[in-house]
Structure formats: C-alpha cells, structure tokens
Design a protein. Sequence first.
Length: 201
Amino acid sequence: MDFHLFVLFLVTFTAAVALPGPNVAFAVAQTLKHGLEIAIPGAIGFGTGAAVHAAVVLSGVGIFIQDNQWVLLYVRWIGAIYLGYLSIIAFCGKRESRIEDAVRWNSRQVFVDSLIVSLANPKGWLATLVTYPSFISPSGSYLGQAVPMGAAATAISVAVYCGYMFLADRASVVLSNRSMLEKITGALYACVAVSLVFLNR
C-alpha cells in the first residue's frame, strides 16, 4: 500500500467529514435533545454508515448506484420523511425532562437514526463514489488498500462526530432553557430533511 497516498486519503476524508452538512446538523440536534451520553452512539451510527459506504463502493456495487441515481433519490426521500416526522415531534411534542426523554429514547434508537441519516445523505454517497477510487493504487493489492481505507474512514467518522457532539453538549449548558432547545432541535431536524431533498438534485 502506498503510504503517502493513504495519508492523503486520510486528510481528504477528514476534511470532507468535518465540513458541516446534514450529518453534522443531525448529530448536534440529537445531542441537544437527548444529552451527550444518549447521543454518543449516534457517532457510531455515522461511523457504521461510512463503513457501509466504503463496502458498497469498494465492492463494485457503487458502479450500479452511479449509473442508477434513482436509488439515491428513493433513499433520500425516505430519510427526509422520517426527519420531518422527528421535527414535528420536537416542535409539538410534550415537553419532558431529559431523564424521562432518555427512558423513552434510548441510545440504540439514536444509533439507528444516525445510520438512517448517513445512508440517506446523497452527499456522503457521492463523496465516497468520487473519493475512494482516486486513492486506490493500481500497483498495490486492491483488498490490502480497500480494507485499511474503509477502517480508517469508519474511525475518522466516529471521532469527528463525537467532537461535534461534545461541542453541542457544551453549548446546551449555556442554552439551559429546555423549550428553546426543543425548538432548536426541531429546526435542525427540518433543515436536515430539506437539505436531503434538495442536496445534489
């Protein structure tokens, strides 16, 4: 495996993940709504999404997706509809304490929601389709390059989203008004839903 090419991939992928977008907005919203302890598995959900992206693209299935953009369209709309539902709940739902909310909404649900958003985000798919093939050296073992790249992408995704969640948790201390946090969360969910619909149309 070309070490310099791999380092360049790490830098490029980190920059792509760290750039604010639908995934970041959703990670922040989950943290503001549920607290850091409940939301952290969401970072693992995004990491799992990155692993799925890598597996699909590097296995060759990505060529099918690239030639059949309607697949992304359906996935995008499913994610947007679900996020619209979450937005309505956040705006209109009964105000609960964080402890009561944690009982109702556990870490496993946060993980699943984050995975859904990651897989429904066309930006993630298109970035993966463009990025991975560019860093595969024809002179090296394909599997020997694909596996480390997928593993690194997963680890980077988890680390970046954990960082955003930590910052959101610090911000929630300042925004101690629970009603305001619910409105901000609802607005973020709505923004993510809209961005999924109109992103890369």
